[in-house]
Ligand binder design. Structure first.
Ligand code: AMP
Ligand code: ZN
Length: 117
């Protein structure tokens, strides 16, 4: 179990590790993915250490919903709306999650296929 002290994204939120932060508010922040998979690839995270959707509690609903509102706002700001974009949460190992601090990937600027690989 990763402690909040050691969690990479908690450390980014506390500005202990540098990241290109593009948005922040009281409960969330967004920064550029270090290994972008598309021309726009941002990560939107809660400031609070939430692990994944699996651990989601009823009281986390508005906080997690807010992450999608932030992602949609950033997509609008970056003119991704017309062509479309993808906002995804990888959950657990088989879901492709590698950092266990919940995050929404905002991907845009190219065509994405379905189903994903
Ligand atoms: P996931 O695999 O869904 O858990 O996504 C984790 C994402 O975090 C990956 O897309 C990584 O490229 C990204 N990542 C890992 N370390 C950093 C970092 N220091 N700064 C920004 N993004 C990172
Ligand atoms: Zn964390």
């Amino acid at each position: 179990m990763v402690r909040m002290d050691d969690c990479l994204f908690c450390r980014i939120a506390r500005r202990e590790i540098p990241a290109k932060i593009v948005y922040e508010d009281d409960s969330s922040l967004a920064f550029e993915d270090i290994q972008p998979q598309s021309p726009v690839h941002l990560l939107v995270i809660p400031r609070r250490h939430l692990v994944s959707l699996r651990e989601m509690k009823p009281e986390d609903e508005s906080e997690i919903g807010h992450l999608f509102a932030v992602a949609a706002g950033l997509a609008r700001e970056r003119a991704l709306e017309n062509n479309g974009y993808r906002a995804v949460v990888n959950s657990g190992t088989w879901g492709g999650q590698t950092v266990f601090h919940l995050h929404v990937h905002l991907l845009g600027g190219r065509v994405f296929h379905w189903p994903p690989g």
